[in-house]
Design a protein around this ligand. Structure first.
Ligand code: GAR
Length: 202
């Protein structure tokens, strides 16, 4: 079986790229990125999709009456392509309940902190301002809350005394590009079991 993946991205799409690369080099077996969706017309993620001949779709949220209407069209587009797994890769919008129910435990997100610390926007800045000595990144399943779903993988990154938001973000991003493909590989190999909020990796 080939797992059909959709990636939702709002920006530069380096995590999308790491998923594409790891499918192309065989690290993630039996998977294909079928569709890249962005809520931002100029998102570089859309260009990356085109470079790899992956279908891409820009959906402008302002053209919809509500989030529900927006996500109805999004779901239709995913169903048309038989999507098995949805990856949020720098998608800067909270998903609504109808979307989450439709793809329960089939939506993953990457977040640039060690959750449950520093949820939401500017996680690296939050970590620096709080003064933590270790931060990192988390891949988790998406539930109805914000950055609150069951945790799949995490990787720690030391915070240095002279770190800026940019330097810390860069070191965290390197780890993101490792653990996101790893989590997707575990998923497509059927090795992830969700028990309540605990993800068992067997
Ligand atoms: C990544 O650092 C990702 O963890 C973060 O946005 C960046 C997207 O980079 N996501 C969030 O903050 C979600 N709350 P990319 O577009 O190069 O993948």
């Amino acid at each position: 079986m080939i797992f059909n993946i959709a990636v939702l991205a709002s920006g530069r799409g380096s995590n999308l790229q790491s998923i594409i690369d790891n499918i192309e080099n065989g690290y993630i077996p039996n998977a294909s990125v079928k569709l890249v969706v962005s809520d931002v017309n100029k998102a570089y993620a859309l260009q990356r999709a085109k470079k790899h001949s992956i279908e891409s779709l820009y959906l402008n949220p302002l053209e919809f009456k509500s989030k529900k209407e927006y996500e109805k069209l999004l779901i239709e587009n995913l169903q048309k392509r038989g999507i098995d797994l949805v990856l949020l890769a720098g998608y800067m919008r909270l998903l609504g309940n109808s979307f989450i129910l439709q793809y329960k435990n089939k939506i993953m997100n990457i977040h640039p902190s060690l959750l449950p610390s520093f949820k939401g926007l500017d996680a690296q800045k939050q970590a620096l301002e709080y003064g933590v000595k270790v931060s990192g990144c988390t891949v988790h399943f998406v539930d109805e809350g914000m950055d609150s779903g069951p945790i799949i993988l995490q990787e720690a990154v030391k915070v240095c005394e002279n770190d800026t938001v940019a330097s810390l973000s860069e070191r965290i991003l390197e780890k993101e590009h490792i653990i996101y493909p790893e989590a997707v590989k575990l998923f497509v190999e059927g090795k992830l079991k969700v028990e309540g909020r605990i993800v068992v990796n067997d």
